[in-house]
Design a protein around this ligand. Structure first.
Ligand code: NDP
Length: 308
């Protein structure tokens, strides 16, 4: 019974050390060192190999090394194969930290000041009270809720939008497509923390921007596929969007010469809003394997129909 890791090789070496310490009897290998393929029962991957069940006929669980699973080609994976996304607590903690950074950055005009500095301009922008700033989060899952929790102490007016109804203390919650426009109309800084699915691909488009108050700020730390990049450029040009902080892009790394690189009202980070922490991730995988062996429900099990 082997656990195989197929993602960043340097991090794989850290996983191997942790497995050796915490589960010395459980064989752990790092791709491309497969050993006997029929022994592989658990695969922890960012991109699984093609023809996965042909390669690993006895595979019992496919783990995503990250919180998202949109990188998987679901039609190519047998429905009987459980897919589990990473739920180690460090992911939510660092995402909440990033969202606070980005929201405060937009609230205090950081993107504009970085541009002013480049142009050697010393000019004030009127500070607004947090109580006058409305922050809305799309996607009220583990990351959206963690972000809202960390935003609370700053005194912003908080709201959220989600597929199914949620009730979060101090947050005005909206649910379903029919409530999206009403939610957006009351949001000065919009944070996207949705999973990328057929229902959410391209959701950050011209129609959505038009439904926000003029000059709203955007934070995208979901996936690049949520954003229609040309629509954002047009909305920044017209002033409908004031500034954007983007952690993800449709093509990563962002290609040379892409207009986002030098846009004065876009601040980019290279998909680092949160990263899986090996120590807690190994505990999560070991705990999930133990639950699986006992026949218990698996935390982080992906709903194949919903796609997340
Ligand atoms: P969860 O599955 O816990 O939460 C997703 C939330 O989105 C759920 O509350 C879900 O609603 C809601 N949702 C799904 N589809 C829709 C829809 N069509 N309309 C409205 N709401 C919808 O995921 P996480 O919070 O753990 O992660 C969210 C995403 O964050 C990941 O999928 C990934 O894309 C991104 N991410 C980005 C990282 C980065 O570094 N930039 C790192 C980690 C994750 P419901 O309650 O009904 O299920």
């Amino acid at each position: 019974m082997t656990v195989l890791y197929k993602a960043n090789a340097a991090r794989g070496a850290v996983w191997a050390r942790l497995f050796a310490e915490r589960a010395p009897d459980l064989p752990f290998r790092v791709w491309p060192d497969l050993g006997a393929a029929e022994e592989v029962r658990y695969l922890v991957a960012w991109q699984p190999p093609d023809r996965i069940m042909k390669t690993f006929p006895n595979l019992e669980i496919l783990f995503s090394v990250g919180a998202g699973v949109d990188q998987f080609d679901f039609p190519a994976l047998p429905r009987s194969l459980p897919v589990v996304r990473m739920l180690e607590p460090g992911i939510a903690e660092s995402m909440a930290e990033y969202v606070v950074l980005a929201v405060l950055g937009l609230h205090r005009d950081l993107v504009a000041f970085i541009d002013q500095q480049r142009r050697e301009v010393w000019e004030e922008i009127q500070v607004r009270a947090p109580a006058d700033r409305r922050v809305g989060v799309m996607g009220l899952g583990q990351l959206g809720q963690a972000a809202l929790g960390r935003l609370k102490p700053f005194g912003f007016r908080l709201s959220g939008w989600n597929r199914s109804p949620r009730s979060i203390d101090g947050v005005a919650c909206h649910a379903g497509d029919e409530s999206l426009k009403a939610f957006l109309a009351e949001v000065d800084i919009l944070v996207c923390l949705l999973p990328l699915t057929e229902a959410t691909r391209g959701i950050l488009d011209a129609d959505l921007f038009a439904a926000l108050p003029t000059g709203a700020g955007l934070v995208n730390c979901g996936r690049g596929g949520h954003l229609v990049e040309a629509d954002l450029l047009a909305a920044l040009d017209s002033g409908q969007i004031g500034a954007a902080i983007l952690d993800v892009a449709d093509q990563e790394p962002l290609p040379p010469g892409h207009p986002f690189w030098r846009h004065p009202r876009i601040l980019l980070t290279p998909h680092i809003a949160s990263m899986t922490r090996p120590s807690q991730a190994v505990d999560f995988v070991l705990d999930t394997i133990a639950r699986h062996r006992r026949g218990e429900p698996l935390p982080g099990l992906v709903d194949r129909d919903a796609g997340y």
